[in-house]
Design a protein around this ligand. Structure first.
Ligand code: ADP
Ligand code: MG
Length: 243
């Protein structure tokens, strides 16, 4: 059984078919990379998988359960974790607080009652355990708004992990990162023992991480295969790799 299965997914924006009959799976133990030019429909696809956008047709299954109409929180509860192309951190909160809020969100509490649970030691302990050994360990009390871009990307990943997901959807985790930060992010992703759907423009990162690659162009998957298959596919080279 696939961790995540999408079948015949369709999403239209007026006359534009942003997701055009997309089918794909994420299997246990794999990093399935989704590549494609700007405007291909990658974020639109991720948003439908998360439940933020309702598809016009098709089906989304998480661990064998049909979640096509399930809410965002229901999908999170079933183990779907994600990061965003543009980060979605709580800017005024520190690293530690951002993670603690994700930990307690997992417990089913609304973060608006955050102040009432702030004294619960277990949540802080879990937040500290999530931060331990990461590149943010010296930055735990720094507010999200004062972090560098690379640190924000790292924190966002840790926030997603704090919810203890079973599968991760990553929307451009390398976006805007320099060489050193990209290398750190690749190392960090390699250490996460979770199946992932990785949307990424940085082909070096994709080739370093992916166990399978699918190519999305104008809302359609035009090719899917191993790193070698995709590198050598003439259609992919023409449409995307610029060769
Ligand atoms: P990608 O993430 O691959 O760059 P997107 O999923 O963001 O692509 O966008 C796919 C297409 O859908 C683009 O043509 C974009 O302009 C369009 N689009 C995305 N979101 C909306 C929306 N909310 N309303 C109308 N058009 C949208
Ligand atoms: Mg996008």
């Amino acid at each position: 059984m696939s961790v995540l299965r999408v079948t015949h997914l369709v999403k239209r924006f007026g006359g534009l078919v942003a997701t055009d009959d997309v089918s794909l799976t994420v299997e246990a133990g794999e990093i399935h990379a989704l590549i494609g030019p700007n405007g291909a429909g990658k974020s639109t696809l991720i948003n439908q998988l998360c439940g933020e956008l309702a598809p016009d047709g098709g089906r989304v299954e998480l661990g064998g359960r049909d979640v096509t109409r399930a809410s965002v929180p229901a999908r999170v509860a079933l183990g779907l974790g994600r990061t965003f192309q543009v980060t979605s951190l709580l800017e005024e909160a520190t690293c530690r607080e951002n993670i603690a809020m994700a930990v307690q969100a997992r417990a089913g509490l609304n973060f608006r009652i955050w102040d009432r649970i702030a004294g619960r030691q277990g949540i802080w302990d879990q937040a500290d355990a999530t931060l331990a050994g990461t590149g943010l360990v010296a930055r735990v009390d720094v507010r999200a708004q004062d972090l560098s871009h690379g640190e924000r990307k790292q924190l966002e990943l840790l926030v997603a992990l704090a919810r203890k997901p079973r599968v991760l959807l990553l929307d451009e985790p390398m976006a805007g990162l320099g060489h050193v930060e990209s290398a750190q992010m690749i190392a960090q992703l390699r250490d996460i023992p979770l199946p992932m759907l990785l949307v990424e423009h940085d082909m070096a990162a994709v080739f370093a991480l992916a166990t399978r690659i699918s190519v999305l162009v104008y809302g359609r998957i035009i090719a899917s295969g191993s790193v070698e298959d995709i590198r050598e596919n003439p259609e992919v080279r023409a449409a995307y790799l610029g060769a």
